[in-house]
Write a protein that binds this ligand. Structure first.
Ligand SMILES: [Zn+2]
Length: 253
């Protein structure tokens, strides 16, 4: 008997059409012979991040190297960019469209406008992250403090909207599960990036370059990929959550 296929016409939003990445994979599921139905049925499954626009912001770049570890051989700007690139691959595979504030080793400073190079760099990053099309913005940094004893990834958020805490908790939980960290998601309303972030977002300090053991892990591409994977899982978990739960701020529920 010839299989009857059900073709579902999917309504794509304008954004999805622009993005061009929301091609929905069709899963052809064979039905059991005793079901009495046709032998083949086409079922649509949406990729977990289908249609989402995610802005990734690898901190620093160019003459601004950021935090330094291992006698100058571990640079925040390089590790943050590598992790952002791995993360881009993961979330694109999950159906998201990604914009990067930078995809090479440079500051975002065109020399125009007020303030210092650093201030202009930050404003240019925010202009990209605050584009109205962006659903989620994630800034990636690494820490360094005078004492070598501190370690672990931690996610910061501003509590200007309840969704930010939800996102940060989801990312921190994924980091804990996949990479391992003793740290918790932390509220910070003082960081410029978080204060001025329009979309739902967070800033992740993925580790301490001032801790030699952690710095050695952080320069390893396999560990960078693992962190990126954890961040992608956090994003997927956030979108899988009940939005009403986030809007209520009921994080313990
Ligand atoms: Zn930084």
């Amino acid at each position: 008997m010839r299989a009857v296929q059900t073709v579902l016409l999917l309504t794509l939003t304008g954004l999805m059409l622009i993005v061009g990445q929301s091609v929905v994979p069709f899963v052809v599921a064979e039905q059991k012979p005793d079901s009495g139905a046709s032998s083949l049925k086409v079922q649509p499954t949406l990729a977990p991040l289908s249609g989402r626009v995610i802005a990734l912001d690898p901190g620093h770049g160019g003459i601004d190297g950021g935090a330094i570890g291992l006698g100058g051989t571990a640079l925040e700007k390089e590790i943050a960019l590598n992790i952002a690139r791995f993360l881009r691959d993961y979330v694109q595979e999950a159906g998201a469209f990604v914009v990067m504030t930078r995809d090479d080793d440079r500051m975002l400073d065109d020399g125009s406008g007020e303030g210092t190079r650093k201030a202009r760099d930050l404003r240019a990053r925010m202009a990209i992250m605050n584009d109205p099309a962006v659903d989620i913005a994630l800034s990636i940094h690494l820490n360094a403090v005078p004492s070598p004893r501190w370690y672990g990834a931690e996610t910061f958020y501003a509590d200007v909207r309840p969704e930010n805490a939800c996102l940060a908790e989801a990312i921190q939980a994924a980091l804990k599960d996949i990479v391992g960290t003793p740290r918790h998601a932390k509220r910070s309303n003082t960081l410029f990036v978080l204060r001025t972030m329009r979309p739902v977002g967070a800033l992740v300090e993925v580790g301490y370059l001032s801790n030699p053991d952690e710095a050695r892990r952080l320069i390893d591409p396999n560990y960078q990929r693992k962190i990126a994977f954890a961040l992608s899982v956090g994003l997927m978990r956030y979108f899988a959550e009940d939005p009403a739960r986030c809007a209520d701020g009921d994080l313990d529920g």
